[in-house]
Design a protein around this ligand. Structure first.
Ligand SMILES: Nc1nc2c(c(=O)[nH]1)N[C@H]1C(S)=C(S)[C@@H](COP(=O)(O)OP(=O)(O)OC[C@H]3O[C@@H](n4cnc5c(=O)[nH]c(N)nc54)[C@H](O)[C@@H]3O)O[C@H]1N2
Ligand SMILES: Nc1nc2c(c(=O)[nH]1)N[C@H]1C(S)=C(S)[C@@H](COP(=O)(O)OP(=O)(O)OC[C@H]3O[C@@H](n4cnc5c(=O)[nH]c(N)nc54)[C@H](O)[C@@H]3O)O[C@H]1N2
Ligand code: SF4
Ligand SMILES: [Mo]
Length: 740
């Protein structure tokens, strides 16, 4: 593999170490490729445009795609290094079956027959819903749509859910309630026009690096920035007001800000009267949060809270952004609603420079939550329990409405049903739950209880190591398709290479399995284009209407924002411009919020708050980025961020091992002593498995509405550990065999 270009060949933008780069001359083996394929990053929801350089069926390098309007050629370190995934020696090249000493390769016929046999046997003995499916939002939308249809018509199970359940669902539920639709309301160009930007629970610079560029460009034009985060993240360092909230106290803090807006009459009364419902109830709810009370609960200074409220209230335009920091809570939906209440009270939505959005996480975090791989959803963002929706989708699929199973269990609930032996078989695609779900000890036991487990992946993940059959699937760049980015912009993923060896395209695997399960006639797709054509019709008339979206139109327009109901419709970059919302009454709905404590608050025995999240170099469970040398070098191992005061109490110096224990388990990690975290809180990045996994400690507590886990808070105790107690990366059993 070629070396990275020397630093002098890079223009490192002003962003410092967590930078977005514009490479000069490209990355990797930029010379003499067979083809240049303009496409998008396979990682996060920013979905940066980039030109893939292909030689001999391998992506060997990248060039900036300057014309793509979202990122103008800029990439973060993950994007810059993504090409190293192609042709990787760890790549699964044939299906695997469990053998006495690990896995052995087999033929596709044998592997698929085994899966079909297991499905039939388990369903005959325990009922159809005893076989479950888990899917993912890294998948292109065609695959996501196919997964939902496959579960309902081929597996005939109600139990399908997806990894967006760990990610997007709190924001989705709040947006659906307040606006009647679940999409960021604005194109990101509106950020540039905002006078005030509120960022709550988002490590923007590391996790949505291109969004940082928008925020900082707005700042250069005079915008004020407010950041709410228990850690002084890179974006927080450049904020006008930084509110170092104690984890799990956002609802009180945000209610406190609205209290100030009401008291100081910084409201848009006309908007509230003509375009909304429910303000009086919200006014009553926030009356209990005067600044002193809210600040006391939130662990911030009351003056800062008031200053933040005034900056928001006095601005003429504004943009509110939030991410998992306020969403990964048992109060996740209410936290999002509390942000929306600020937006509605000041009437700042549906106009240039006036916006709101959750920052989507996974590559297809948006498109992956629209077309039916959620347990409660049918394509087009339709409700699976709505009789009209069932009837419409049944017609598109050529079945009777009664043949579509009803709502099933969510991701964590599926594991709880496995624990109760109600679910006996599992098929997963694009999901690594052993690393990513909370309470990893429990999840591991569930995997052991399964009668049969099949994983579809292109790298052997920690979870796939528990499988009976592993099907060698495809990466993002191995099938043509669409993805919907953070802005709601539908973009075109071009196929750059074919799957290597015997590996197969994910869509073909699902269609082949459907054939063996007796549903082949519903899965006769010869290409993803044919899947998109069916999806367009299936979504027609739904909230997420894609009928007017084709690959060619996306190419012509550099993306199409949905809804796009007709072929000659240009798409809808900014929602609600006509003043109407997608709710039954056409108005936006205020939602009253009352703060309540987290599922597991600190006490004498477990006195410290543990929170978790990400670093710039790694992606999600790390199954992809831990195999890429430059990214692994940047952050080779997890660590625990500790404030110097707490470190002194523990007698721990930077780099020394610390044992972190919760009621569910215990791990040892090196201390990273930093002044950028609250002294009552520690932080661990979650991209590692085995004994390095923070999810050994986290709690299996769910938001009652969205069913998202409370990853962002549990109670722990810390002690200095013996020298040498930090586990080495578990190379043989749990970590990648090679990295390139
Ligand atoms: N580098 C990188 N980028 C990614 C990803 C990745 O794995 N790596 N994953 C993508 C995905 S799927 C997602 S979901 C996004 C996630 O993007 P983010 O949500 O920005 O990332 P996190 O690190 O999960 O958490 C964000 C911040 O929440 C803060 N926080 C913790 N508890 C609280 C709290 O109670 N209140 C508040 N206000 N803040 C709190 C943390 O200190 C952290 O800085 O990133 C996407 N982009
Ligand atoms: N403690 C803690 N835990 C967390 C979080 C946190 O902040 N703290 N964040 C949560 C969040 S927001 C998220 S999104 C989840 C993510 O958790 P997961 O979804 O489990 O993590 P991924 O690494 O995306 O796992 C996806 C798997 O899909 C594979 N894959 C990717 N693309 C494709 C494809 O096109 N086809 C196929 N067949 N396979 C593919 C990858 O190789 C990988 O093995 O983690 C959650 N877990
Ligand atoms: S990981 Fe996200 S920000 Fe980084 S290059 Fe890829 S899409 Fe862009
Ligand atoms: Mo996520």
């Amino acid at each position: 593999m070629a070396d990275l270009p020397a630093p002098e060949n890079q223009i490192i933008e002003r962003f410092g170490p967590h930078a977005a780069y514009v490479p000069v001359g490209g990355w990797g083996a930029a010379s003499d490729p067979d083809r240049r394929v303009p496409s998008h990053c396979c990682f996060c929801g920013q979905q940066c445009g980039m030109i893939l350089l292909v030689k001999d069926n391998v992506i060997v390098g990248l060039e900036p795609w300057e014309e793509f309007p979202f990122n103008h050629g800029m990439l973060c370190p993950k994007g810059v290094n993504r090409y190293l995934q192609s042709g990787h020696p760890d790549r699964l090249r044939a299906p695997l079956v469990r053998a006495p000493n690990g896995f052995q390769e087999t033929t596709w016929d044998d592997a698929l027959d085994r899966v079909a046999r297991a499905v039939r046997q388990i369903q005959a003995e325990h009922g159809r819903d005893a076989f479950a499916m888990l899917s993912g939002a890294s998948l292109i939308t065609e695959k996501a749509y196919l997964a939902g249809k496959f579960a309902r018509l081929a597996l005939k199970t109600r139990n399908i859910d997806y990894n967006g359940r760990l990610c997007m669902v709190s924001a989705a539920a709040a947006s659906k309630k307040a606006f009647g639709i679940d999409r960021s309301a604005n194109p990101w160009s509106d950020i540039l026009l905002a006078e005030c930007i509120l960022i709550a629970g988002s490590n923007t610079a590391e996790c949505s690096p291109i969004t940082t560029d928008y925020v900082w460009r707005a700042r250069d034009s005079g915008a004020h920035v407010i950041v709410v985060d228990p850690r002084l993240t890179p974006i927080a360092r450049t904020a006008d007001v930084y509110l170092p909230v104690r984890p799990g106290r956002d609802a009180a803090l945000l209610n406190g800000m609205l209290h100030v807006l009401i008291q100081e009459d910084l409201l848009d009364h006309t908007f509230i009267r003509e375009r909304t419902t429910g303000f009086e109830q919200v006014k009553e709810a926030v009356s209990h949060y005067p600044p002193a009370v809210a600040a006391e609960i939130a662990g911030v200074h009351a003056e800062d809270l008031v200053r933040a409220a005034r900056l928001w209230g006095e601005a003429k335009t504004s943009f509110a952004l939030h991410a998992r920091g306020i969403e990964h809570h048992i109060q996740g939906v209410e936290n999002c609603a509390a942000v929306i209440n600020l937006v509605l009270a000041t009437g700042r939505i549906g106009r240039p420079g006036c916006g709101y959005g959750t920052i989507t996480g996974q590559g297809n975090g948006q498109g992956g939550r629209e077309h039916g791989q959620k347990c409660d959803q049918l394509p087009g963002m339709r409700d699976i329990e709505d009789p009209a929706a069932r009837e419409y989708i049944a017609r598109v699929w050529g079945v009777h409405p009664d043949e579509i199973p009803h709502q099933g269990l969510t991701a964590v609930e599926i594991f709880e049903a496995i624990d109760r032996s109600e679910i006996r078989g599992l098929l997963s695609i694009s999901f690594n739950p052993l690393v990513s779900l909370p309470d990893a000890g429990f999840i591991r036991n569930c995997l052991r209880k399964l009668d049969f487990y099949c994983a579809i992946d292109f790298f052997l993940s920690e979870t796939a190591r528990h499988a009976d059959v592993v099907l060698a699937g495809s990466t993002q760049e191995e099938e043509e398709g669409i993805v919907t980015s953070v802005e709601g912009r539908v973009i075109h993923i071009r196929q750059a290479v074919e799957p290597p060896g015997q590996a197969r395209q994910d869509t073909r695997i699902l269609c082949d399995l459907a054939e063996r399960l007796g549903a082949g006639d519903k899965f006769r797709f010869r290409s993803t284009r044919e899947i998109l054509d069916e999806l367009r019709v299936a979504s027609r008339g739904g909230l997420a209407d894609y009928y007017g979206i084709t690959y060619e139109k996306i190419d012509r327009q550099m993306g199409v924002f949905w809804p796009c109901p007709e072929l000659d419709h240009p798409g809808t970059p900014r929602l609600f411009e006509d003043g109407r919302f997608y709710t039954g009454d056409g108005r936006a709905h205020f939602i009253p919020v009352t703060w309540h404590p987290p599922a597991e608050d600190t006490d004498e025995e477990y006195p410290i708050v543990l929170t978790s999240g990400r670093v710039v170099a790694h992606y999600l469970s790390g199954n992809q980025t831990r195999r890429i040398g430059p990214l692994l070098d940047q952050t080779p191992n997890p660590y625990v961020e500790i404030h110097p005061q707490l470190a002194a109490q523990l007698g721990v110096a930077d780099g020394e091992p610390v044992r972190i224990t919760s009621r569910r388990g215990s791990i040892v990690l090196p201390a990273s002593v930093v002044t950028t975290i609250r002294p009552d809180t520690v932080f661990i990045p979650y991209h590692w498995g085995g004994r390095q996994s923070v999810n050994i400690l986290t709690i299996r507590a769910l938001d009652p509405v969205s069913k998202i886990p409370e990853y962002k808070i549990c109670a722990v105790k810390l002690e200095k550990a013996a020298a040498g107690a930090v586990p080495a990366a578990e190379i043989a059993s749990l970590s990648p065999r090679h990295h390139v």
